[in-house]
Design a protein around this ligand. Structure first.
Ligand code: UTP
Length: 276
């Protein structure tokens, strides 16, 4: 079965980005020309997906407004680009009633997903080039759940979901286990889950059977751990760039990197950076 649907959870608190996120969703924080979530929707679209469900919640209404087609008479390049994409895609919204964790948020996608495999893209994470496109290509070969991972420094493993796995071909690993934010001494590898997944609908049953874990939240990693006991799962090593806009350093770096490679702003930004 082909991957035709995407789910984007965007209901989290965003406490690490306070006070920026006090009265606006962190997914609407700008990275140069566009809010973060626009990059995420564009990634789904450029990966061949036309039906997208965004999971929102309290304080997140600006996200819905952003994806209305604009009625501004004088067109602007990036608004027009988005309008053209919006002509071709359907965006649906559902509200997570309480912020009970990423696993709980994903569970709201069950009736949208139905019985198909789907792409899951965290609404506060951007990747260049589009990681979802590479994941779908890998899914088409293995036909089971695949999680994108990246190498992180050993001293930072406690900040991520980490996979225990063995390489079966270039950049593809069979997952043996998954651990959410392990201590530095218990981490089985330095391969960290980066926020892009292809999952089979069996994940919903696993989420239903997952007890609240770290932080008293329903952790997606714990549900995937259960899924991994029932079906084969793979990890795919993404070699591009990914930015977690939910932390201030990554957000700043993303802005600088996007600005430096921008056709209008790039040269001036480089001159400025050299000058300081
Ligand atoms: P984070 O782990 O970054 O959590 O969520 P958070 O609550 O958004 O941010 P902090 O930790 O308070 O700073 C990862 C992704 O999962 C979504 C977030 O919107 C983000 O895209 N999420 C998280 C939900 O949709 N619902 C939740 O209950 C938790």
């Amino acid at each position: 079965m082909k991957v035709k649907k995407a789910v984007i959870p965007a209901a989290g608190f965003g406490t690490r980005m306070l006070p920026i996120t006090k009265a606006q969703p962190k997914e609407m924080v700008p990275v140069v020309h566009k809010p973060v979530i626009q990059y995420v929707v564009e990634e789904a679209y450029f990966s061949g997906i036309n039906d997208i469900l965004i999971i929102t919640g309290r304080g997140k209404r600006a996200i819905e407004d952003h994806f209305d087609r604009s009625d501004i008479p004088k067109k602007e390049k990036f608004t027009e680009e988005l309008d053209n994409i919006l002509k071709e895609i359907n965006i649906f919204f559902v509200r997570q009633k309480e912020q009970r964790g990423l696993g709980d948020a994903v569970n709201y996608a069950e009736s949208f997903v139905d019985d198909e495999p789907f792409a899951l893209l965290l609404g506060d994470t951007i990747t260049f080039p589009p990681c979802t496109k590479e994941l779908i290509e890998t899914y088409n070969k293995f036909k089971t759940s695949i999680i994108a991972v990246e190498e992180v420094p050993h001293e930072k493993v406690n900040l991520y979901g980490i996979v225990d796995c063995k390489e079966i071909e270039n950049f593809v690993f069979l997952i043996e286990d998954l651990i959410e934010k392990p201590g530095k001494d218990e981490a089985p590898s330095n391969l960290a889950i980066l926020g892009r997944y292809i999952l089979t609908p069996e994940i919903f049953d696993a989420i239903r059977n997952t007890e609240p874990g770290k932080g008293n939240e329903i952790q997606l990693t714990d549900a995937m751990r259960m899924l991994n006991m029932r079906e084969r799962m793979y990890a795919y090593l993404f070699r591009g760039k990914r930015y977690d806009i939910g932390n201030k350093l990554d957000w700043l770096i993303a802005n600088i990197e996007v600005a430096v490679s921008d056709s209008e702003l790039g040269e001036a930004v480089k001159r400025f950076l050299n000058s300081i």
